[in-house]
Design a protein around this ligand. Structure first.
Ligand code: GLY
Length: 336
């Protein structure tokens, strides 16, 4: 009997939502009319009803990223617009040594960037090892929206970007050049745990219409071999979004993330019913159980369809910014 009542209620809400849709109301407006109950539109991964907008982004630069993302939201942007605007502000910061302009170069002194994005419909775009283009995540979005492909790399990615109107720019700043020249004196490849305090930015956003999107942008491990591509542009490794479940992103040593297909794993664990926090913990455990982690850091950040988030890292020191309509926090993730 109780179940009958529930299903009648669901049917009533569904009919009302459908009517609202026919009458031209946005999902946001429909949600306002129906109150807090949530109806899922499983077909395109977007909730028919409103969730509160939430954004999480890795490291300290997550704060300015989220600020830019919420500005995009207020201008009417989608979760994907929030991601792109958030990425652009960090990519354009020449003082940051790990994203966009100013990123530390590879061992040959060349700055190469990796980025990707993914939306609630499971559409994805990515660029790997792109040179001379300051906004690789925007190029990744163009790959997603303007081509039949998911990933472009190297010279092909750069040519595509130029074709799309991106202006080639020298990304090697004096600060990064000096750091590379100093590194060359010893010439040791020796990643330092939590150098990533300004490492890869992974960004996840849920907008007021329940759409989830994610993005990832980085210059990758500093002084890497020329041509090395990390986890950040690899869908499933540095980023994964399932609009009906949740989104996850990774930061830290990409090789460890790729070997465990980390972000996909986090989302699949959420699909199995885990809270984003527990899912991140399990994915970190997978790394700890499968390789020597004494000299590597990986941090996962996740946001589910309900707006719940979680984060966990191999070692201490990983932080992330959490922003909602009403609060702004920089939080240290748990570890181990
Ligand atoms: N997570 C960034 C990289 O390994 O390239």
């Amino acid at each position: 009997m109780g179940n009958d009542k529930k299903s009648n209620r669901r049917e009533f809400l569904g009919n009302l939502a459908a009517l609202g849709s026919v009458l031209g109301f946005s999902p946001f407006a429909i949600n306002r009319m129906l109150g807090s109950e949530t109806l899922k539109n499983e077909s395109d991964g977007a909730s028919l009803l409103t969730t509160k907008a939430t954004m999480v982004s890795t490291w300290n630069h997550g704060v300015i990223a989220n600020e830019a993302g919420f500005k995009a939201l207020k201008k009417g942007g989608s979760a994907l617009d929030m991601i792109e605007e958030a990425a652009r502000i960090v990519e354009a910061d020449a003082d940051g040594l790990s994203v966009g302009i100013g990123g530390l170069p590879d061992r040959d002194g060349v700055v190469t960037l990796d980025a990707c994005c993914m939306d609630h419909k499971g559409r994805a775009g990515s660029v790997g090892c792109i040179e001379d283009i300051m906004h690789p995540l925007s190029v990744a979005r163009k790959v997603m929206e303007e081509t039949p492909h998911v990933m472009l790399v190297g010279e092909g990615a750069k040519m595509f970007a130029i074709d799309q109107g991106f202006i080639p720019t020298n990304l090697l700043t004096e600060k990064a050049l000096n750091a590379w020249q100093k590194w060359k004196e010893k010439n040791e490849y020796n990643p330092v745990i939590n150098r990533e305090n300004h490492d890869t930015i992974g960004i996840l956003a849920l907008d007021n219409e329940g759409r989830l999107s994610g993005g990832c942008t980085t210059s990758g491990v500093s002084y890497k071999m020329h041509g090395r591509v990390g986890d950040s542009p690899i869908i499933g490794a540095g980023l994964f979004v399932d609009g009906n479940v949740g989104a996850a992103t990774a930061t830290g040593l990409g090789e460890a993330v790729m070997r465990t297909v980390g972000s996909f794993l986090v989302v699949e664990l959420m699909r199995g019913g885990l809270h984003p926090q527990a899912a991140c913990e399990q994915a970190v455990k997978r790394i700890i159980d499968s390789m020597d982690v004494s000299n590597l850091q990986v941090g996962y950040l996740a946001l589910d369809k309900q707006g719940r988030h979680g984060a966990h890292a191999v070692h201490e020191g990983f932080n992330y910014a959490l922003t909602t309509e009403t609060s702004d926090k920089l939080i240290f993730a748990s570890n181990g």
